[in-house]
Design a protein around this ligand. Structure first.
Ligand code: AMP
Length: 117
């Protein structure tokens, strides 16, 4: 038996913790970040537990592509096509990953500086 995903996102996937879900299909789930850092701040996650990109295997290729295209569709749905949006994936505690279940941050609705902090 595979180990239970004890991260907060695992609990959201199983319906044990509420989330403001904006999109769901068999493979992916997207919900609004509880501590938004931009007017639009949505997280797109795989339902399968992948810790981060270091944990991804070759057979996750289609899933990773799907997450990106899902993020694009949600950004369009949120009206971000004209001004654009930023995607962020933190991989590892040292760069700010705090939930160890792969997630793409969709950020939009304000301007962003480069390089990021
Ligand atoms: P990261 O720091 O890249 O791992 O991002 C984790 C994100 O998850 C943070 O932006 C948190 O605000 C967000 N987060 C943590 N718990 C929840 C929750 N229960 N519902 C929605 N977002 C959450």
């Amino acid at each position: 038996m595979t180990e239970k995903n004890q991260t907060i996102f695992g609990k959201i996937i199983r319906g044990e913790v509420d989330a403001d879900v904006v999109y769901e299909d068999d493979d992916t789930l997207a919900f609004r970040d509880a501590n938004p850092v931009a007017p639009t701040h949505i997280l797109v996650i795989p339902k399968q537990h992948v810790v981060n990109l270091f944990d991804a295997e070759d057979d996750h290729q289609a899933l990773l592509g799907k997450l990106m295209l899902t993020a694009r569709d949600i950004a369009e749905e949120e009206g971000l096509e004209e001004d654009g949006f930023r995607l962020v994936v933190n991989n590892g505690e040292g760069v700010g990953q705090s939930v160890f279940h792969l997630h793409i941050h969709i950020l939009g609705g304000r301007s962003f500086s480069w390089p990021p902090g």
